[in-house]
Design a protein around this ligand. Structure first.
Ligand code: TYM
Length: 322
């Protein structure tokens, strides 16, 4: 079954990206999976061009380091396949201003900026283009992307009704645990690359000592009862959720095994470090041999272009372009 997902190269990846998306990318990959470092999306954020280039290589290395294998599926850099920008225009003419105005990510992000780029507003259309260009049936993402996939479905349905059956209607696939990892210091806010929270964010490349420090200092509560209750106990429940994603168990089952917050935190830190160590090692190996990443990008571009080109031409023809 065709899968598509993307990740923005906007800085170091954190465990929200991992448990919400990248872990699933590795587990679900097969010959039909298509994964992209979406550097065009990242242009909505102000970054020095030299740093931007590094971020793209870093993101590529992170995707490979978590176990995504370019020999199994397709891995590519979005800007190398021009059909994404072209399809974006076709779909902007199938999407309404009102629909885009309702996107919560746009509302949140635009509130934090003084000058809002038009690209931030049309961002979800580019995302729909990514998914629809590959006729993807499934899109492994974290909870924060659910609304964008919902919009993608609506745009695809509208296009198919108006112009003929060109697109597959995709669905979001969320992990059972870790779909929304919260900030460890402010557990009512999601862990995020775009908000600075040094103690609240665990990066895939953090030192083991830092991981331990951040977990041990994570904000919980004072009632002392180890119980999974995201409403009443957001901090502790977030830790249980992360633990559940690591252990493949439910947060409730894990909670029943602990009496003290400290013991739970210590075990969680150890499990996290055991999970992150091989990822960090593989990342450093890959980043040390840049030719390897460039080769993956070039091969991925060819494979992705072959699929995307065909679907783009079909969509353009259906709309009446000669
Ligand atoms: P991005 O780069 O913000 O995040 C990449 C993936 O990580 C997930 N994620 C989280 N999951 C759980 N808890 C968190 N705290 C957390 N933070 C991030 C995101 O849900 C995402 O799956 N618009 C997308 C990139 C994109 C895309 C696409 C995704 C572009 N085109 C097409 C799917 C299909 C984004 O900004 O992801």
């Amino acid at each position: 079954m065709r899968l598509f997902s993307g990740i923005q190269p906007t800085g170091p990846m954190h465990i929200g990206n991992y448990f919400g998306a990248l872990k699933q990318w590795a587990e679900m990959q097969d010959a039909e999976s298509v994964y992209s470092v979406v550097d065009l999306h990242a242009l909505t954020i102000d970054t020095d061009p030299l740093i931007r280039r590094e971020y793209s290589l870093d993101a590529m290395a992170s995707v490979l380091a978590v176990g995504v294998d370019p020999l199994v599926g397709t891995v590519f850099l979005q800007s190398r396949v021009p059909y994404h920008a072209q399809m974006n225009w076709l779909l902007e003419c199938v999407t309404s201003f009102g629909e885009l105005s309702r996107m919560t990510q746009f509302k949140e992000k635009s509130e934090r900026q003084t000058s809002v780029r038009a690209g931030l507003f049309t961002y979800p259309v580019l995302m729909a283009s990514d998914v629809l260009l590959y006729r993807s049936a499934q899109v492994p993402v974290g909870e924060d992307q659910r609304q964008h996939i919902e919009l993608t479905r609506e745009v695809a349905l509208r296009f198919n009704n108006r112009y003929g059956e060109v697109f597959t209607i995709p669905e979001a696939v969320l992990p059972s645990a870790g779909a929304r990892v919260m900030d460890l210091q402010e557990p009512t806010r999601k862990m995020s690359k775009s908000v600075s929270s040094p103690l609240g964010t665990i990066y895939l490349l953090d030192d083991p000592a830092d991981v331990e420090k951040k977990v041990m200092k994570a904000v919980t509560d004072t009632d002392g009862d180890v119980r999974y209750d995201p409403e009443a106990k957001p901090g502790l429940s977030n830790l249980l959720e992360i633990f559940a994603a690591l252990a493949g168990e439910t947060p409730v089952a894990l909670a029943s095994r602990y009496q003290r917050y400290g013991d739970l935190k210590a075990d969680l830190a150890e499990r996290l470090n055991a999970c992150l160590a091989p990822i960090a090692q593989r990342y450093r190996e890959l980043r040390a041999e840049e030719g390897e990443i460039e080769r993956v990008i070039n091969e991925g571009t060819e494979r992705a272009s072959a699929i995307a080109g065909e679907v783009y031409r079909e969509a353009a023809r259906a709309m009446g372009l000669l």
